[in-house]
Design a protein around this ligand. Structure first.
Ligand code: DQA
Length: 145
């Protein structure tokens, strides 16, 4: 049966393409979405792709994974470094999760080195730009099959 991956994007990722392109690249979030849909089709996965700038909305999206999705890929943006609520939601849904960051957060400011997501994710991919999202789909294939 076709499996469903929930892809959750946090604050300011809606500005990709124009937001600090030297750090985050020139692609828009829609570009990433369409590449992921193609990649997921190779594995017979469907992608449900969402973005919000609001922490509680991200929690609501994550909670839908309990009944509607088989895995989660998440780039929580700045909430990565602050949000106990997002960490708790991921723990509560008990759905295999891969954390993604476009930039290598360990090469950047000290406050970006702490991730609340990492402790509840299967693993993290950081520093490969949009390729990281596609690598995460391959990782999910490995985890689910
Ligand atoms: C980010 C890294 C975060 O530190 C930052 O706040 C973001 C994007 C990344 O994809 O590299 O918004 O998650």
């Amino acid at each position: 049966m076709t499996k469903s991956i929930l892809v959750v994007n946090g604050p300011n990722l809606n500005l990709l393409g124009t937001r600090e392109p030297e750090i985050y690249g020139a692609e828009t979030l829609d570009d990433i979405k369409f590449k992921m849909i193609e990649k997921a089709a190779e594995h017979d996965f469907t992608i449900h792709f969402v973005q919000s700038n609001i922490e509680g909305e991200l929690v609501d999206f994550i909670q839908t994974a309990r009944t509607d999705h088989d895995a989660i890929i998440i780039n929580a943006g700045a909430f990565t470094h602050t949000s106990v609520a997002i960490m708790d939601a991921l723990q509560a849904v008990d759905t295999p999760t891969v954390e993604v960051h476009l930039s290598n957060i360990y090469k950047r400011e000290e406050f970006r080195h702490k991730s609340y997501i990492s402790g509840v994710a299967v693993g993290m991919i950081a520093g490969f730009g949009s390729l990281g999202y596609l690598m995460a789909v391959d990782a999910i294939d490995d985890i689910l099959n």
